[in-house]
Ligand binder design. Structure first.
Ligand SMILES: Nc1ncnc2c1ncn2[C@@H]1O[C@H](COP(=O)(O)OP(=O)(O)OP(=O)(O)O)[C@@H](O)[C@H]1O
Ligand SMILES: [Mg+2]
Length: 464
């Protein structure tokens, strides 16, 4: 029964109490009347009812007063039925306050998170007036305050035309004066209701990669088209004309040279692709440099065919921590360049030494040298100082790009010093963390095969 009272009928309880009071007053008055005291009965009736009305009127007035400014005023304290009613209102008010505090904390967290977004976000109303903006949008477009039209802040004609056209399935790209050198994509995202969202995204990196991709495809196509045109020309000549044996042989040699160039191009591209996708060189496996350098120098001596004395100076018994195949490829490219760009009789020196903890692997030649203005661009793909000369010697312009890649993967710097007519020095400087001292090399050599297998095989070609 007690469980029934508060839930089932608080309203009925109040009504019942009021009726009880009225009944009690009436009963008291009736009793007095029955005892022949009619005046007293009337006074009891009047005073009782007046007290009841005064009680309710007082609390009604207090409630009215409080309800005019419920947030500023204290809820009145009450007795009896009014006490219960005020308790209930108080409970609801507390719940409401807690919910409000939670909602506003949630909203604040949301705002803080949206402010951290690198993309600019602006909420626009149906008249394209700013309703709200995050910090990135304020920085990018100089937005301040609200209720101002968006074209007040973003005045670029491309954007105004985009806003006018109303085709929001696409975005519009443009530069913004607040961030020189960057490209941005602006997109309006309509929402279900009257509001819409303006999203501003920095697409500099994407545009740069897209441009690089286009340049790369154009370069590769160009590099392949040149030898291909030569091959096609000679093949046509051989098919159409009856040539003397000597002439025929010369044509076929040219075809062979061009196909070798194309082959090298494909190999170098594959090497670069492997370098870009392979996992980083191991940092714990020491590679002894002496056998590696001796093998490369022996191959390059064969290429030079005695035209250049090639000296190998090993000044340290330390090695390097990294991938042997990549280090082999880097040194091979530097040495091949030295042979190709050094006139007969010029000398080439390969040196390995450790200076102040840094491992320095350098290739010095007394060749044609490189003018200073070319040095910053030398490691770009397909960049050659003398296109004709490089091509004549079968160069693809990818060699130094490969060297730079290998250097970066081993946290090394590639330094180039050169003087036209005097020669060049290409030095790879490895940080001390990449230098493996003789003791660790010896320990690694004594370890069983499978433990040191991640060092790779120097004889293994880098290309897939
Ligand atoms: N030792 C050097 N002396 C003079 N010029 C050099 C030397 N090494 C490189 N160069 C210049 O730098 C350019 C780029 O070299 P890179 O090795 O990238 O390409 P390449 O030698 O032309 O072709 P490949 O991809 O076959 O190596 C060369 O074309 C050449 O002009
Ligand atoms: Mg080269």
């Amino acid at each position: 029964m007690s469980a029934l009272w508060p839930t089932a009928s608080r309203f009925e309880l109040i009504l019942f109490r009021t009726l009880l009071y009225v009944g009690a007053i009436a009963l008291a008055a009736a009793a007095l009347a029955w005892l022949h005291a009619p005046m007293a009965a009337m006074w009891v009736l009047i005073a009782g009812l007046a007290a009841l009305v005064a009680y309710h009127a007082t609390y009604l007035a207090r409630l009215h007063h409080w309800a005019a400014l419920p947030r500023q005023r204290e809820l009145p304290f009450g007795f009896g039925s009014w006490g219960h009613a005020f308790d209930r209102i108080n409970r609801h008010m507390r719940q409401d306050t807690n919910e409000r505090a939670e909602t506003s904390a949630e909203l604040e967290r949301l705002h803080a998170a949206v402010d951290l977004l690198p993309d600019g976000l602006v909420v626009l109303d149906r008249f394209d007036h700013v309703q709200w903006s995050n910090r990135s949008a304020q920085d990018l477009h100089g937005i301040f305050g609200t209720r101002r039209p968006i074209d007040h802040f973003v005045r670029q004609p491309e954007f105004l035309a985009y806003l006018r056209d109303g085709d929001f399935s696409r975005s519009v790209t443009m530069a913004l004066p607040s961030t020189p050198g960057h490209r941005f994509a602006l997109k309006i995202v309509p929402t279900d209701d009257a509001y819409r969202l303006l999203v501003t995204r920095d697409i500099t990196e994407t545009s740069r990669l897209e441009q690089m991709r286009r340049d790369f495809v154009a370069n590769v196509s160009h590099e392949i088209r040149t030898p291909l045109t030569v091959v096609a020309g000679f093949v046509e000549t051989l098919l159409d004309m009856e040539l003397p044996a000597e002439e025929r042989r010369r044509c076929l040699e040219m075809v062979q040279k061009q196909t070798a160039t194309m082959q090298r191009l494909v190999e170098d591209l594959l090497t670069l692709a492997t370098l870009e996708s392979a996992s980083l060189p191991p940092e714990h496996t020491g590679v002894p440099l002496e056998p590696l350098l001796q093998a490369v120098v022996a191959d390059v001596r064969a290429l030079s065919a005695g035209r250049h004395p090639i000296a190998l100076q090993i000044e340290s018994d330390a090695g390097l921590r990294g991938t042997p195949a990549e280090l082999d490829s880097a040194v091979r490219n530097l040495l091949t360049n030295a042979v190709r760009y050094t006139p007969d009789g010029g000398t080439i020196t390969v040196t390995w030494r450790v200076v102040d903890g840094e491992g320095v692997l350098s290739v010095r030649d007394t060749g044609i040298g490189i003018a200073a203005e070319h040095l910053p661009r030398l490691t770009e793909r397909f960049y050659r100082v003398d296109r004709g000369r490089s091509r004549d010697t079968g160069g693809t312009g990818l060699g130094l790009a490969i060297v730079k890649h290998v250097a970066q993967r081993h946290h090394a710097r590639l330094e180039i010093e050169s003087r036209v007519g005097y020669g060049s020095t290409f030095a790879l400087r490895f940080p001390s963390a990449r230098v493996a001292n003789a003791a660790s090399l010896k320990a690694a050599a004594e370890r069983p095969e499978d433990e040191s297998s991640d060092a790779g095989d120097p004889a293994q070609p880098l290309t897939a």
